[in-house]
Write a protein that binds this ligand. Structure first.
Ligand code: R2B
Ligand code: URA
Length: 311
């Protein structure tokens, strides 16, 4: 047998692209129930159901992911068997919703870090059980722009926590643990390259601030509570801007940290639904909002089509 252990790079070279779990307990269990997805490796043939997944797209709301599933079905020309409708695979979890369109899995993740964290554990285990090869995870979301107009598409290059650290802070057995919130820079640049000069909006790359709250946590004056002045709020947003932060949302660090920890390539693409330098209330008309929310989907669809055309 080998006298030296393999370096991480060597393991990568020999790996078949399947997702490895950094948890020795799972393979010793006689069954693994993915409770919040209403799936399990004994109750379902996960390899048969999900083994061909190449792209996992996540967004906050069930409706947006249902919408994305139908959109991407049309974009990649995927046909359901005659008489079939897209089914919410996780309907009986009553937590998240999940739609499969050929190699694309569309999943809702709810709002904020805890909701995304639970989902990521189960999605990464799902990739493992299903023996998916080199799946790519992409979050398509909404955000507040900082000096960036509503309707602008923003690709995250670095996800920062509320203290501007490029990591996600976990509390595990009562101890604080930091994991790097790293996204795939090459994937971010590739997504950016798919923006078209003909798009009637801008697509930019920048740093994203991830907070644990929408109101006080994002420096809003319009929550149920506010104990800072408008000047203090504006000074804070200005400080963020000087730091290169272009948008604020609530999931990027956990999404980046857990995909990176699992060795999965990931990207975050959000549309700004307001410019926080102009206010706090989200007041764009619903038709405008609907059109804006399709923009990250259009970019991700171009990417998926490009990759599928190469294979
Ligand atoms: C963006 O929008 C939600 C808050 O309105 C939150 O999930 C986020 O990151
Ligand atoms: N999502 C956020 O987290 N913040 C905003 O301002 C808008 C959407």
């Amino acid at each position: 047998s080998n006298s030296h252990s393999l370096s991480e790079e060597e393991i990568d070279d020999y790996s078949d692209g399947t997702v490895k779990l950094r948890n020795p307990n799972i393979e010793l269990m006689d069954q693994d129930i993915l409770y919040h997805l209403a799936l399990g490796n004994e109750s379902h043939d996960l390899k048969e159901m999900f083994g061909d997944i190449k792209f996992v797209c996540m967004g906050g709301t069930p409706k947006r992911m249902d919408n994305f599933a139908h959109f991407i079905m049309n974009e990649i020309g995927y046909k359901l068997p005659a008489g079939m409708q897209l089914q919410d695979i996780s309907a009986y979890s009553y937590r998240y919703s999940m739609y499969k369109v050929g190699p694309v899995l569309c999943v809702s993740h709810g709002m904020g870090t805890p909701s995304v964290s639970i989902l990521m554990h189960e999605m990464i285990k799902l990739m493992y059980h299903a023996k998916c090869r080199d799946p790519i995870f992409i979050r398509i979301g909404t955000c507040g722009g900082i000096g960036i107009e509503g309707g602008t598409v923003i690709i995250t290059d670095d996800a920062l926590d509320g203290q501007l650290r490029n990591s996600h802070e976990f509390t595990i057995l009562g101890e604080t643990v930091h994991r790097p919130a790293k996204l795939d820079k090459k994937l971010a640049r590739e997504l950016k390259s798919l923006a078209s000069a003909d798009d009637p909006y801008d697509t930019i790359i920048g740093k994203t601030l991830c907070t644990n709250d929408f109101y006080e946590g994002q420096g809003r004056l319009d929550g149920a509570f506010c104990e800072f002045s408008e000047n203090e709020k504006m000074a804070y947003l200005e400080k963020l801007r000087e730091h290169g932060v272009v948008n604020i949302e609530m999931e990027s660090t956990i999404f980046a940290a857990l995909t990176h920890h699992a060795g999965i390539k990931a990207a975050v693409v959000c549309v700004a639904i307001l410019n926080r330098l102009n206010g706090d209330q989200v007041n764009a008309p619903k038709e405008v909002m609907h059109e804006w929310q399709q923009r990250p989907q259009i970019l991700v669809s171009r990417y998926i089509r490009k990759v599928l055309a190469q294979n």
